[in-house]
Ligand binder design. Structure first.
Ligand code: KG4
Ligand code: ZN
Length: 356
């Protein structure tokens, strides 16, 4: 092989994913098993259940990624695996499995930070130089950071409570959208986006959070409680039981989506201005990368486009399949670290296996 080859393994939350990526950024093979359907039924992720599902699938998923790439483990340059942040029980499965491979095939191990992997994914698909700004918005994360290098991140803001995707999932659950014939198989956020198209946001007026906070942090739980109360009130007005779908569900979805979009766009606007004023970003050709599951929301993206247009920035999003959790981003982060000679472990003795 001309290029270095990295196997990436991701089990930080509810996706068991693996991929083989070469040094040039070619995805040679990938596989993913999503647990979303199971967790939708239980109304959220139950960590031991997620752990069990990772255990049942990891061998097959890694095997599929390797087979699709026609690469044998002995040909790999390194194995890269998400080690933080995430659910400890889920992370343990990927780490344990990876360390077994590392031992068996005597390969270097590259521990990967899940957020850094999300942030660097754009460099696999687009020619983006450092520094750039990244906004990560998903079910588990919410942050704004300046990316100055492969492992040089300046955190500008984060959620003080829950992530926007988590909030959208909770609102969707409260609205019982899983019972909605058009949304039953969608994630909460996707269901909200779908329903919002049929609703009128002006029927509800939710205030974006933290309007006077002079920083780039986020907050979603206060808004979520306001919405919860509003739903309860509407249920009373419409005379329906909790568990049935409100006739105003689409209007609520539209207003919620709009408020989240406003909040995210305003915090991002602050971050861009902050970086430009201090010379941390280019004045005329700065790049804002938006990623994470919530970034696939086209309404939120439109709001961000308004901000980037007003500040002479370029808005870039990885393709949807790379915005959500996947093995490719982990393998690619491994490639970036291999090229930069950063964080490559040749001895994994200090790293513990998953407790049995
Ligand atoms: O990145 P991701 O797959 O997993 C992590 O949370 O790390 O993101 C999943 C989240 C869920 O909360 C889901 O409701 C949200 O992304 N999401 C969306 C959309 N599609 C997925 N939120 C808003 N609009 C969407 N179209
Ligand atoms: Zn993620």
């Amino acid at each position: 092989f001309l290029h270095k080859l990295v196997l990436g393994i991701e089990t930080s939350c509810d996706d068991t994913a693996a991929a083989v990526v070469d040094e040039a950024g070619n995805v040679l093979g990938e596989a993913i098993h999503s647990q979303t359907e199971v967790h939708l039924k239980t109304g959220g992720i139950i960590p031991p259940v997620a752990q069990q599902l990772h255990r049942e699938n990891i061998q097959r998923i890694v095997q599929e990624a390797l087979s699709a790439s026609d690469v044998s483990p002995s040909e790999l340059s390194a194995i890269a695996t998400t080690v933080k942040p995430g659910l400890a029980l889920s992370l343990g499965v990927g780490l344990s499995f990876s360390l077994q491979l590392v031992d068996q095939f005597k390969k270097p191990f590259i521990p990967i930070h899940h957020m850094e992997a999300h942030a660097l994914t754009i460099r696999l698909t687009n020619k983006v130089e450092f520094p750039f700004l990244v906004l990560l918005i998903s079910g588990g994360h919410c942050l704004l950071a300046l990316v100055r290098g492969v492992s040089d991140f300046l955190l500008l803001g984060k959620s003080l409570d829950i992530a926007p995707g988590d909030m959208l999932d909770k609102v969707a659950r409260r609205l019982c959208l899983i019972k909605h014939p058009e949304c039953s198989t969608m994630s909460g956020g996707k269901a909200i986006e779908h329903l919002a198209k049929q609703g009128n946001r002006l029927h509800f007026d939710f205030q974006p959070p933290m309007q006077r906070a002079k920083n780039c942090d986020f907050s979603f739980s206060g808004l979520q409680h306001v919405i919860d109360k509003m739903i309860m009130q509407k249920e009373k007005e419409e005379g329906i039981e909790q568990g049935q779908i409100l006739s105003s569900a689409a209007d609520i979805a539209a207003a919620v989506q709009h408020t989240v979009a406003c909040h995210v766009a305003k915090r991002t606007h602050r971050a861009i201005l902050f970086c430009k004023q201090r010379g941390l970003l280019h004045q005329s050709n700065a790049v804002l990368v938006v990623s994470g599951g919530v970034a696939s929301n086209l309404y939120i993206r439109k709001a961000l486009e308004i901000v980037t247009n007003a500040t002479q920035c370029t808005l870039l999003c990885p393709p949807p399949r790379l915005c959500t959790d996947n093995g490719v981003m982990i393998a690619w982060n491994g490639v970036e670290r291999l090229r930069a000679g950063l964080g490559i472990l040749h001895n994994t003795e200090g790293i513990r296996y998953e407790p049995k």
